[in-house]
Write a protein that binds this ligand. Structure first.
Ligand code: 2F8
Ligand code: CA
Length: 463
């Protein structure tokens, strides 16, 4: 105990060496009560812990570093695993999508096939029975194996060949004692179907095939043909070999015929034929309507032409009458209204100004008149008595070469100057009355924008 105390005091001494002022205090405290250290001895105890704590701290530090390294390693591993899992998840998702697409395609294909299948009918000829993909015929009479086979072949079939338990059971139920297409005539004890194939399994009666041989008139007679004796026998044990010249009914077999149902197609064809028929009727009706309309149109055309002729004739007559009336009157009356003159039953305004054709016309309209329309030689001669060149109510502005009066009427009597109208420089659409010309050859075409005097004509007396 004392030794320990000495060691301790030494170590404490060393520890407090840095602070000489406290030496005696530390020493005192130490020996005052070693069993229960007082408050002053706390520092001594702490100093001891500090000294022995350094390696622990280093260890702790190392442990921390190690722990950190482990954590980092685990984290890296975890990340790698996470990535792998993520990749696998993506692959599985892709695979699932592909499978879904394949499934969808298969569903579509299956539905298509089902539709096709519903249009296919498996047929057997009349009097034949169908089982799976074969047709079976039971003879009405009895005969030898060879006759039976011959009969089948005449029906584009052959004696029945049994290839499954189901077929054996089905065939057994069709008749009682009948030939099937099995024989060992080519080679004794080697049973073969009529198509040359060997039976996979036989449905022999108990004790069959027994290979009895008959001795008849100096020759051996064998039992080379197979008969099914189905009445009262187990359908899976009813084959019996017998002499081929025995008489039995027989069963023929041939493949079914697949026939595509034409019912829908037929119905469709029928309805299409009806549509075609009704369309034909409709077309005929339309054609006849067109014929009627064409006739009507031609009649109307001819009536129109007649009416036009009639109208032109009446116009002409009317103008002639007007001319006659004017020459009878032979009066050119002056009015108080400035610029206006009366000729026959009409009133004419002679402008003193000059304007474009359109403005001149506008002026006439404002006066309750329009540019003059010259319908007769007399009227032409009346205008010629004026004192200047004037616009008349004639133009081909709407369509080049198609001269029309301002009231929309076509030109009938004309007084064009020789060589006119010539649409000089492609810009002359309005007619002017030239005074310095032969009396019945006074009209010329000019650009409508030219400024010229004008003559208005009105049926009403100007105010
Ligand atoms: O000013 C236009 C006018 O010019 C000539 O007459 C002066 C033309 N005559 C001939 O070319 C013969 C007119 O047709 C034309 O309107
Ligand atoms: Ca001209």
């Amino acid at each position: 105990m004392e030794t320990r105390k000495d060691e301790d005091s030494e170590s404490i001494y060393m520890n407090v060496d840095d602070n000489g002022a406290n030496h005696s205090e530390v020493y005192e405290n130490f020996f005052a009560d070693t069993a229960t250290p007082k408050a002053g001895s706390q520092a001594v105890s702490e100093g001891k812990q500090v000294r022995s704590g350094r390696p622990a701290a280093v260890c702790l530090g190392l442990l921390c570093v190690l722990l950190l390294a482990v954590i980092m390693g685990l984290s890296t591993k975890h990340n790698a695993e996470k990535e792998q899992l993520w990749n696998r998840f993506n692959n599985v998702t892709m695979e699932r999508d592909q499978l879904q697409a394949s499934f969808d395609n298969l569903t579509i294909e299956r539905d298509g096939l089902q539709r096709q299948l519903s249009n296919i009918e498996i047929l057997c000829p009349h009097g034949w029975r169908r089982f799976k993909s074969s047709c079976y015929y039971v003879s009405h009479n009895i005969n030898t194996w060879d006759h039976g086979r011959q009969d089948c072949r005449g029906k584009e079939a052959d004696l029945v060949i049994i290839t499954s338990r189901e077929e054996q059971t089905f065939v057994s139920g069709l008749a009682s004692n009948f030939w099937i297409g099995l024989t060992d005539r080519d080679r004794l004890r080697q049973w073969k179907w009529v198509d040359g194939t060997l039976p996979i399994s036989g449905y022999w009666m108990r004790g069959e095939p027994n290979y009895y041989t008959y001795w008849n008139s100096g020759t051996f007679i064998h039992e080379n043909c197979v008969q099914v004796a189905s009445n009262g026998y187990d359908p899976l044990f009813n084959w019996k070999k017998v002499r081929c010249d025995r008489l039995h009914t027989w069963i023929c077999e041939k493949m079914t015929r697949c026939v595509i149902k034409y019912i829908n197609v037929k119905e469709e064809k029928k309805s299409l034929s009806q549509t075609v028929l009704s369309l034909k009727v409709e077309r005929e009706t339309l054609l006849s309507s067109i014929r009627n309309l064409t006739e009507e149109r031609d009649q109307l055309k001819s009536s129109y032409q007649n009416l036009t002729k009639e109208r032109d004739q009446m116009n002409k007559t009317m103008n002639e009458l007007k001319d006659k009336l004017m020459s009878a009157d032979n009066v050119t009356e002056m009015f108080n209204v400035e610029g206006w003159k009366k000729f026959g039953s009409r009133y004419y305004y002679f402008s003193t100004e000059e304007k474009s054709w359109n403005k001149s016309r506008q002026d006439c309209i404002e006066r309750g008149a329009d540019l003059v329309i010259i319908n007769s030689r007399e009227e032409q001669e009346f205008i010629k008595k004026g004192s200047r060149d004037v616009w008349i109510g004639l133009s081909d502005e709407e369509r080049e070469g198609e001269w029309k009066w301002v009231d929309g009427s076509a030109l009938t009597t004309t007084f064009w100057k020789s060589g006119e109208p010539n649409d000089f420089q492609r810009g002359e659409d309005c007619a002017v009355f030239l005074l310095c010309s032969l009396p019945l050859r006074t009209w010329n075409d000019l650009p409508c924008t030219h400024s010229v005097a004008w003559v208005c004509e009105s049926t009403k007396r100007p105010a």
